[in-house]
Design a protein around this ligand. Structure first.
Ligand code: UD1
Ligand code: MG
Length: 452
């Protein structure tokens, strides 16, 4: 029998105090709803239906590229009402898995286990939480069977003392869900049609309610406030750190790493504190990342060291390079092997050949730099004339003295030797010294001015 998945994502999230729809708030750099949809897709459902409402246009456009059936809930009257909007589009005999867009860390294997339990008639996901506050509680009878779910706001003191909470996810046949939902009333503190009320209606019909639990409690944390969002973010980061450690990566502090994307590491990689990895980052064997670095869409080959406070964005770095401290690699920076890029050096849309060095205070933009080139401190490629960008070509084994200004377009032939402080605006010949600076003069007999 085929499975449809319905994701409830229409709520405003009042407690977020934000104009942004709640499910678009980000965890690990991506909207919460994106995480839920990722997990949903691993079940290969026939369809994924998302119930949207508050800020619906923005939610829809954010996921425009995905194959989603959108259903609007114009008024947010509760989770039961939300699911009711989606059911008319589902065949009564098909199974429906309901997910919440504000529970983003759920693991695919947990959803698989829940769906496996659907034959019972109704299966729900529950979890034991040390601090259950804010969640609906699972009420069981003396035999341990689930009898109902009570929302915290409607719960008695005894019920509030229960630590088994409702995650919100359930699976049942669409026709049955529809018949239970038709009987759900909004006689509760929040005056909402609660999806959770279907449990007691099912039990009254003699349906056995199966329950499944996640492997880790953090998977089921819901986000209703900024505080909960921050807790979920930490839970995600901590799980990621644990995975990295288990795969052999050294982390100076497992609580101080942020991975907002896909980080792949070779063997014996080590990462110091407070580093942020965004997008797709690949670190080769024995790569070492110093403290306080930001790496976004970067590939680094084996044995390269990135020192503290470096910012690398869309860069390709070869093997055995030394980058930083305080280096900035911008999009299109490509370093071959054994390249050194030192403090306060910015490189953009440029390729540096093997064994080349720019160790201090330089800007290299739109340049092609050959092998074994030495770029002296303070060297600048003047790539922009106010209207267009121009290229600088520096041949192999060039030596560029400190504080040189290379006015593009310009080509320095192989082995050009540029005197310090030169402004180079014409191409230079190979293996010759070129100096373009005012001659030094000493004025004989000069006296300093005196106050009258
Ligand atoms: C809900 C559950 C609670 C559970 C908790 C887990 C109900 C009644 N309560 O409470 O038992 O412990 O989740 O996180 O279901 N939504 C709509 N339309 C609506 C209302 C909500 O689409 O009219 C969506 C929201 O966008 C959200 C999800 O449903 O993604 C859950 O709604 P929310 O208001 O956050 O419910 P909780 O109070 O967290
Ligand atoms: Mg919630």
């Amino acid at each position: 029998m085929s499975l449809d998945i319905v994701v409830l994502a229409a709520g405003q999230g009042k407690r977020m105090h934000s104009p942004l729809p709640k499910v678009l708030h980000k965890v690990a750099g991506r909207p919460m709803l994106a995480h839920v949809l990722d997990a949903a897709r691993t079940l290969s459902p026939r369809r994924i239906i998302v119930v949207h409402g508050h800020g619906g246009d923005l939610v829809r456009s954010t996921f425009a590229a995905m194959d989603i059936t959108w259903v609007e809930q114009t008024e947010q009257l509760g989770t039961g009402h939300a699911l009711m909007q989606a059911l008319p589009g589902v065949k009564p005999r098909d199974d429906v898995l309901v997910l919440y867009g504000d529970v983003p860390l759920i693991r695919a294997e947990t959803l698989h286990a829940l769906v496996e339990a659907r034959d019972s008639g109704l299966a729900i996901l529950t979890a034991e939480l040390a601090d259950p506050s804010g969640y609906g509680r699972i009420v069981r009878d003396a035999q341990g069977s689930v009898t109902r779910i009570v929302e915290e706001k409607d719960a008695s003191a005894d019920e509030r003392a229960l630590h088994e909470v409702n995650v919100g996810f359930l699976v049942a046949q669409a026709g049955r869900l529809a018949s239970w939902l038709a009987r759900v009333k909004n006689r509760n503190v929040q005056e909402e049609y609660y999806l959770t009320d279907v449990v007691q209606l099912a039990v009254a019909e003699g349906v056995r309610v199966a329950s499944r639990q996640p492997k880790d409690a953090w998977e089921v944390r819901g986000v209703n406030s900024r505080h909960e969002l921050a807790l979920v973010e930490r839970a995600y980061q901590n799980a990621t750190a644990k995975r990295l450690l288990e795969s052999g990566v050294t982390l100076a502090d497992l609580w101080r790493i942020d991975v907002r994307g896909d980080l792949r590491c070779g063997t014996d990689v080590s990462i110091d504190v407070n580093c942020v990895f965004e997008g797709k980052v690949t670190l080769g064997d024995r790569v070492r990342i110093g403290p306080n670095c930001v790496l976004r869409n970067v590939t680094i080959a084996a044995d390269t060291e990135v020192h503290a406070f470096s910012h690398l964005d869309e860069a390709q770095i070869g093997a055995r390079c030394r980058v930083g401290p305080y280096a900035r690699l911008r999009p299109g920076a490509t370093l071959a092997e054994d390249v050194h890029v030192g403090n306060f050096v910015e490189i953009k849309a440029s390729r540096l050949g093997a064994h080349s060095k720019a160790n201090h205070l330089s800007y290299v933009g739109d340049a092609e730099v050959g092998r074994s080139v030495n770029i002296g401190a303070g060297t600048i490629t003047c790539n922009y004339d106010g209207a267009a960008k121009h290229r600088t070509v520096i041949g192999d084994e060039c030596f560029i003295g400190s504080d040189a200004t290379l006015v593009a377009p310009v080509t320095l032939a192989r082995g050009s030797y540029i005197g310090a402080g030169s402004t180079i605006s014409k191409d230079t010949p190979p293996d010759q010294l070129t100096v373009a600076r005012a001659k030094q003069v000493t004025v004989r007999g000069w006296k300093p001015p005196r106050k009258k």
